[in-house]
Design a protein around this ligand. Sequence first.
Ligand code: RTP
Ligand code: MG
Length: 145
Amino acid sequence: TEATTPAPERTLVLVKPDGVRRGLSGEILRRIEAKGYTLTAVELKNATPELLAQHYAEHEGKPFYAPLVEFMLSGPVLAVVAEGQGVIPGFRSLAGATDPTVAAPGTIRGDLGRDWGLKVQQNLVHGSDSPESAEREIALWFPTF
Ligand code: RTP
Ligand code: MG
C-alpha cells in the first residue's frame, strides 16, 4: 500500500492593526521565517464586523469583546498562513503571553509590545490555538485558499 503524505500543519497568523501601523509587519514575518516556517499566503486586508464576529465567536459576551472588535477595525490587518511541523504551538510560543507587559523577552509581544493604557490588549499578533481553529480561521480569512 502506498504511504499517504499527511497534510502539512498550518496556522493563521494576523498582524493586528497596531503591528501594521507601527511598521512591524516585516519584523514579525522575519521572525516566523527565521524560525523555519514557510509563509504560504500573505495579504493585507480590512476586516469587517461580520468577519470578526466569526473569527472571535468564542469571545462574544466577554467584557473585552466590543473594544477588541473596534480595535481590529481600526486599520488594516496582515493575514498570513504559515506552514511547518508544530507551527500552531510554535507560533504561539514565538508570540508570547497575551498580555505584552508580562510576555517574555525574546517573544514578539515581549520584545515589541507594551500596555498603551487602552481598553483592550493591543498585542500585535493573533495565532490560531488548535488545528480546528486554524482550518476554521484560514477558511474565514482566505476563502479561496
Ligand atoms: P490571539 O487569539 O489574538 O492569538 O491571542 P490569545 O489567544 O493570546 O488571546 P485570547 O484569549 O484568544 O484573546 C483574544 C484577544 O483579545 C484581546 N484581549 N484583551 N483583558 C483584555 O483586555 C483582553 N483579553 C484579551 C487580546 O488582543 C487577545 O489577543
Ligand atoms: Mg486566542
